[in-house]
Design a protein around this ligand. Structure first.
Ligand code: GDP
Ligand code: MG
Length: 299
């Protein structure tokens, strides 16, 4: 007799930068959500879908939960909590090197008994020694009510299979929510914009605030199997234009080249990527942008 089909949603929560997106990408086996050493790269809720045996696991990669100040931050935090409300299981990720910080305490404290069961994963164990890991696990287990605790490295993959097995066995029986080969619900145009935005973070993080947006304006399939993608990088002030363009356009060229190579790997075909830089003042006060990102303007 074959095992019953199972499926369910797992909200991945945690302070900014603990490795939520890295873990979701590893589990899914391809990039569905962007990663950077700078906090708050994941803006809206992103689904990463993977199969383990007869179980379909749908991970909800949420923006980091932190204390919101600006409107965009508030909207991101609201999206994170919405992810938790919709889930069958909640996976709390803690950065083992950073330990039990205020953000993590706030997440544990905000939980209600009606919420989905909570599973703990101490991440980045490649960075810390066993003794401090055990001390941290003890401290967390005193504070929180966890079904199970795991120690993992989303970067090296250490411990991730055990975690995946446990989650797969724990989700409820039921038919799959998505086709078996689907890895995300994010439209390709949006993912392509996210990949360029990731390069903005990685290549310009010192100079540019995180208030830059990328939109895919055109997507044309060529007869030779290639695809031509036009994107606009929106910045808030005219003075930022020179930063994105770089000397003789070198920076934007390098952004475009790296993003193009990544898109070619994901799409498995040739990509022609054209980037344009435009100023759009106060885009983070524009309700329409929030809708595009799947965020609630009035959160
Ligand atoms: P998020 O904000 O929680 O989604 O975190 P990201 O997935 O964007 O990761 C933040 C940073 O931590 C990135 O530089 C990752 O490469 C790094 N990172 C994630 N997981 C690990 C890990 O297991 N070990 C180490 N050493 N770094 C990690
Ligand atoms: Mg993230």
């Amino acid at each position: 007799m074959t095992a019953a089909a199972r499926s369910g949603f797992i909200a991945v929560v945690g302070a900014p930068n603990v490795g939520k997106s890295t873990l979701v990408n590893r589990l899914v086996g391809t990039k569905v959500t962007i990663v950077s050493p700078k906090v708050q790269t994941t803006r809206a809720r992103v689904l990463g879908i993977c199969m383990a045996g007869r179980t379909q696991l749908v991970f909800i990669d949420t923006p980091g939960i932190f204390r919101p100040q600006r409107r965009l931050d508030r909207a991101m935090v609201a999206a994170a909590w919405e992810g938790v409300a919709a889930a069958d299981l909640t996976l709390l990720l803690v950065d083992a090197a950073r330990g039990l910080d205020a953000d993590t305490r706030r997440i544990i404290g905000r939980r209600r008994s009606a919420d989905a069961p909570l599973v703990l994963a101490l991440n980045k164990i490649d960075l810390v020694g066993k003794p401090s890991l055990l001390t941290l696990a003890d401290a967390l287990n005193r504070d929180g009510d966890f079904e199970r605790s795991f120690m993992i490295s989303a970067l090296t993959g250490d411990g991730v299979d055990d975690l995946l097995d446990y989650l797969a066995q724990t989700l409820p029986e039921g038919s799959w929510h998505f086709p078996e080969d689907q890895v995300s619900d994010m439209p390709m145009r949006l993912l392509a914009a996210e990949i360029t935005r990731e390069q903005l973070y990685l290549q310009l993080h010192r100079e540019l605030p995180y208030a830059a947006a990328v939109e895919t304006e055109a997507w044309e399939e060529g007869e030779d199997g290639s695809v031509t993608i036009r994107q606009v990088v929106y910045i808030e002030r005219p003075s930022q234009k020179a930063i994105v363009l770089g000397k003789r356009g070198r920076r934007v060229k390098s952004l475009g080249e790296t993003a193009r190579k990544e898109l070619e790997a994901i799409l498995e075909r040739r990509v022609h990527l054209f980037l344009f830089v435009k100023v759009r003042e106060n885009w983070d006060q524009d309700p329409e942008r929030y809708r595009d990102l799947g965020l609630n303007f009035d959160a």
